[in-house]
Every structure is written in structure tokens, then in C-alpha cells.
Write a protein that binds this ligand. Structure first.
Ligand code: GTP
Ligand code: MG
Length: 551
């Protein structure tokens, strides 16, 4: 049997997990004590994907709930399902991540990492063959983002050949568009450091997950209030929809059907390049309860809704991007696969799919519909329009980061700000600043050296948090370029004055015991664009005196 291990981290992760397991138990006929009361053997056939059989027909979810504070774990311990989960698999820290990625990744999170990894290893050892890991978390939380990233990194290291997928709650649109709904339980108001946590977590998701399914709460709330017409939606309702989508994604893995789909097949078909693994999801049918029984929910409607913007679980417009790939996971009694294929290909022509991937719209099918429905489809898409979502995170991040706002909270927890910053002055000069709190960088500018009476090869040791003002001087270069008596060759020679070379960790040249910058482990050459364009324009007006060259 190929098993999936589910890891829930932080408040959002744990609450969504609770709903997910309610639904998984329902589908497999498991009661809240773990006993099987199902009606069909099919419910047991592949129950091992999510559950471990501990005694005759007694099952335990293969699930770990982790948080840095006690609140969300206490909630599970006092819920109706308290006897369902193995108490050993509920792990909490003593402090909180306090909305701080760095606490989750560097300090508080590290304290509970060994215990968490021991339990994950123990669960994995009890499996026949671990197929993969699924993470549930919010990327903007201190625990969900920070500790979630730490666990993902460790699991990737130890189980490098297993699929890691995450169900990740993204912050809702830009901070300015976040709505607080008075009088309703679901108040989605981002906290101030949300953009930092999200950007930092994204780095780890890019590197170490195979598939990340992206959701945002405002979009889910809109589905509940506008499409399903619920008058007072709250997180429980949002988590219900999320759970429905998650359970739909593995339906063809857990129940028999005409076309199977497992996590690896899904990844192979959906992800053309390793980093482009951020997927959006949709679900159909979605109708308000009042009108549901009057709707004809045929396969054609399902497919239409699967691509409809109102059925997407993330704020993005599929029409603003192109589909790289898409998969429809159908459940229940449907037309023959051939007809489903024809219908989806027809819809495929109405949508913008890239032309260079053949058969980029796949289907999977299992016979068992979700409870209460005759048939359904869970849509998964790899659409370039998702870039908008990344912008929503990056814009507020940049605004905060430019001002260094809130950074001390992260640096105080052991994070290091590294790298250099180039600052363009109003007069066009460029200054360079070392952003690191503890590491030096090494800088060479021939123009700066000449202006300060030094040899061309001088390399500066720029200490942490220090700057060199006007390392590049635009007005001098402009004067030299426009000098009426300059020759083609002398102007061409100015290009080397428009370059700044930087190395990290070690210096180079005479003072630092290394001959070339290329023998240092990490270096870069920065070309200043504006003066290079001036030089190019001037060269086009002049004739070379010797061999023909170009800048
Ligand atoms: N869908 C959903 N989102 C939630 C839920 N609880 C919190 N969130 C969202 O998750 C984000 C904050 O993440 P949390 O999970 O609360 O934070 P955490 O991971 O526990 O980490 P800390 O911030 O350190 O407490 C916010 O955008 C919340 O709106 C939930 O039950 N369901
Ligand atoms: Mg929390």
C-alpha cells in the first residue's frame, strides 16, 4: 500500500486538518473513535492511504498536528474527535511563534523539531511504502510559515524521493484590499509582518515542495457568501470547502475508477518545470442550497464550472494568464471517458492553453461520488496568471523592506540580512551598502579608485552595515564621453569604468592573497546601464582608428 502522511502546522493548518479528517472519516466510514461502520468494502479497500489499522477494523489517521502554542492543540484534544487521533501525534511548544517566521524557523521551532521528526520517522517506518507527505498550513503565520518551512526542509532532506505537497493558505490579496466583515466571525485582517512571513516561506516552498496548492481566505469567503449564499460564513465553513477540495484531489487514489491518478502522476503531468509547481484548484458543483435541487448538474456544467473564475479557490483570473496544464478529477457516475475527453477538449479550445505542451488537459475518474452529490469535479490548474498572487505578496513586502520596518523582530531571532544594496542618488551617482550585520563584502570600482588617486586594482573591504557613497560618478563619465577630443578607443575604454565588482566572503587581488575575483567562491560584476548607453551612442558617431570593436 502507498501511504500519505499528513502534517498540520499552526492554527490554520490544524483547524483545516480537523475538517479534512472529518471528511476523510466520513468517506471511509470511520466513526469519531476510529471504528469502521461503513456500508461498502470499497471504503476499506484503500483506507491505508490515510489511516493505519491498529486493531481489527479500528483505524487511526496517519496525521500529526503541530503548533508552537497550545491553543489549536487544546482545541483538538477537547473536540468530538479527541479519541480519533493518537495523542502522541499532537505536538505543541511552550511559547508561541508570535507571528514571526524567524521564531518558527530559527528558535522556538527548532526546540520541537527533534520530537516532531522522531514521530514522523516512526510513522514512516510503520508504513509499507510512503507515497508522500501533505502539509496543511498558512504561509503568513509564524508557526505555519516558519516551523512549516523547517519541517518541509527536513523532510525533503530525509525523504528526498517522496512527493511533498502542501496546501498553503496565502494572504488575501494586497493589504489594502483586505476586508474586515463586521458582525461575522470570519474577519480576515492580515497582521503587519504577514508579507515578510509569506516571502520567507515561499523560498522554502519553491525549493522543497513538489506541488503547492494555493488558497486564499477572501476568495473562499466570497464563494461562501456569493455563490453558496451563506449569510454568516466563518472559518469552519471555509475549512469545509478546503477539505472538500483536498479530499477530491486524492479520490482517484483512494477509490477505484476508470482512470487512476496518484500524487506522482499528478506532478509528472502538471509540472513542466520544477519551480512552476504552484497550482490553483476549483470545485464543481457549487450552488446555493436553495437552488441546488433545480440545477441539472451534468458533465458539461461541471467542466464549465471547473474553469469558471467564480469556482477558483484563489484570487486570480485564469483569463489573465495561460494554462500550462490542467487536470479534472471526476467522481461519481459520468459519461464515458471518451465523451468526457471530448467535452474537456472542446472547453480546452475556449480557454487559453499554451500550444507547445501536447494534451495539456488531463482527466482522472473514480466511481464513488462525494457524499450527497451524484457527481463532482475537482479542477487543478497550472496557470501563469498565478503571478498576480505573488505580486500581492511582494508589493507590501517591498514597501516594508525598503524602510527596514519590523526587521529587528526577525534579526533578533537569529536571522541575518545579507547582500548588498545599490542606491541610485538623485544626481545619477550610485552608492553601495553592505546590508549584512556580521559579514564583510569586497568591492572594486576603477572609476572610484582613479577619482581617489589609487591604483586601478585596489579592492575595498566594506564592513557590515557600511556604505561607500558615490562609488560610481555619473557626471564625470558624462564629461569624459562628451569630450570633443576623445577618440573611439578612449571612449571604448570608459566601459570598464562603468563596472563595479563585488565578492562575498573573501577579497581578491594583492591585499587579500587571491589573484582573481573568479577564484573567490561568490562574486558578481555590476554593469551600470545608463552610462553604457551614452557610450554606445557616442561610439556610433565615431570611427574606430584601429580594428573594429563594439561595446
Ligand atoms: N482557512 C483558514 N485560515 C485560517 C484559520 N485560522 C487562521 N487562518 C489564517 O491564517 C493566517 C495566520 O496564520 P495562523 O495559522 O493563525 O498562524 P500560525 O501558523 O498559528 O502562527 P502564529 O502567527 O505564530 O500564531 C491568517 O491569514 C488567518 O486568517 C482557519 O481556521 N482557516
Ligand atoms: Mg498560532
Amino acid at each position: 500500500m502507498r501511504e500519505i502522511i499528513t502534517i498540520q502546522v499552526g492554527q490554520a493548518g490544524n483547524s483545516i486538518g480537523e475538517k479534512f479528517w472529518e471528511l476523510a472519516c466520513d468517506e471511509h466510514g470511520i466513526d469519531h473513535c476510529g471504528n469502521f461502520h461503513g456500508e461498502s468494502d470499497l471504503q476499506l479497500e484503500r483506507i491505508n492511504v490515510y489511516f493505519t489499522e491498529v486493531r481489527n477494523q479500528r483505524y487511526v489517521p496517519r496525521s500529526i498536528f503541530i503548533d508552537l502554542d497550545q491553543t489549536s492543540i487544546n482545541k483538538i484534544q477537547n473536540s468530538n474527535n479527541k479519541n480519533l487521533f493518537n495523542p502522541e501525534f499532537l505536538i505543541n511548544g511552550k511559547m508561541s511563534a508570535s507571528n514571526n517566521f524567524a521564531k518558527g524557523y530559527f528558535t522556538e521551532g527548532v526546540e520541537i523539531l527533534p520530537e516532531s521528526m522522531d514521530i514522523i520517522r516512526k510513522i514512516a517506518e510503520e508504513c509499507d511504502l510512503v507515497h508522500g507527505f501533505q502539509f496543511l498550513h498558512s504561509i503568513s503565520g509564524g508557526a505555519g510559515g516558519g516551523l512549516g518551512s523547517l519541517l518541509i526542509d527536513y523532510i525533503r532532506q530525509e525523504y528526498s524521493d517522496r512527493i511533498i505537497k502542501s496546501y498553503s493558505i496565502f494572504p488575501a490579496l494586497s493589504m489594502s484590499q483586505v476586508v474586515v466583515r463586521e458582525g461575522q466571525e470570519c474577519s480576515e485582517r492580515g497582521h503587519s509582518v504577514e508579507p515578510y512571513n509569506s516571502v520567507l516561506t515561499m523560498n522554502h516552498l519553491i525549493e522543497n515542495t513538489d506541488e503547492t496548492f494555493c488558497f486564499d481566505n477572501i476568495t473562499l469567503f466570497d464563494i461562501l457568501s456569493k455563490t453558496l449564499r451563506l449569510s454568516s460564513a466563518n472559518f469552519t465553513d471555509i475549512n469545509q470547502i478546503l477539505a472538500q477540495v483536498m479530499i477530491g484531489i486524492t479520490a482517484c487514489f483512494r477509490f477505484p475508477g476508470q482512470l487512476n491518478m496518484d500524487l506522482r502522476k499528478l506532478a509528472v503531468n502538471m509540472i513542466p518545470f520544477p519551480t512552476l509547481h504552484f497550482l490553483t484548484t476549483s470545485f464543481s458543483p457549487l450552488y446555493a442550497r436553495q437552488i441546488f435541487r433545480y440545477q441539472n448538474i451534468n458533465e458539461h456544467m461541471l467542466i464549465k464550472q471547473m474553469f469558471n473564475i467564480n469556482n477558483q479557490m484563489l484570487a486570480f483570473n485564469p483569463q489573465h494568464g495561460k494554462y500550462l496544464t490542467a487536470t479534472g478529477i471526476f467522481r461519481g457516475r459520468t459519461l464515458s471517458l471518451k465523451l468526457l475527453h471530448d467535452l474537456i477538449s472542446k472547453e480546452n479550445n475556449n480557454q487559453q492553453f499554451v500550444q507547445w505542451i501536447p494534451n495539456n488537459c488531463k482527466i482522472a475518474h473514480c466511481d464513488i461520488p462525494p457524499k450527497g452529490l451524484l457527481r463532482s469535479v475537482t479542477g487543478i490548474a497550472n496557470n501563469t496568471g498565478i503571478i498576480k498572487q505573488f505580486d500581492y505578496i511582494l508589493q507590501p513586502f517591498t514597501k516594508l523592506f525598503q524602510r527596514r520596518a519590523f526587521l529587528h523582530w526577525f534579526i533578533g531571532e537569529g536571522m541575518e540580512e545579507i547582500g548588498i544594496e545599490l542606491i541610485e542618488e538623485p544626481n545619477g551617482d550610485v552608492s553601495i551598502r553592505n546590508r549584512s550585520w556580521s559579514c564583510s563584502v569586497f568591492v572594486q570600482s576603477i572609476l572610484y579608485n582613479r577619482l581617489n588617486g589609487l591604483s586601478d586594482s585596489t579592492v575595498y573591504h566594506l564592513q557590515s552595515r557600511r556604505s561607500i557613497p558615490s562609488i560610481f560618478n555619473l557626471s564625470i563619465i558624462t564629461q569624459l564621453v562628451n569630450n570633443p577630443s576623445a577618440t573611439y578607443e578612449s571612449i571604448l575604454d570608459l566601459t570598464k569604468l562603468c563596472t563595479i565588482q563585488v565578492s562575498f566572503k573573501y577579497g581578491w587581488g594583492y591585499d587579500f592573497g587571491q589573484r582573481e575575483i573568479t577564484s573567490t567562491p561568490c562574486w558578481l560584476s555590476i554593469l551600470i546601464n545608463e552610462p553604457l548607453r551614452l557610450i554606445d551612442t557616442r561610439l556610433q558617431q565615431l570611427q574606430p582608428q584601429q580594428a573594429t570593436t563594439s561595446s
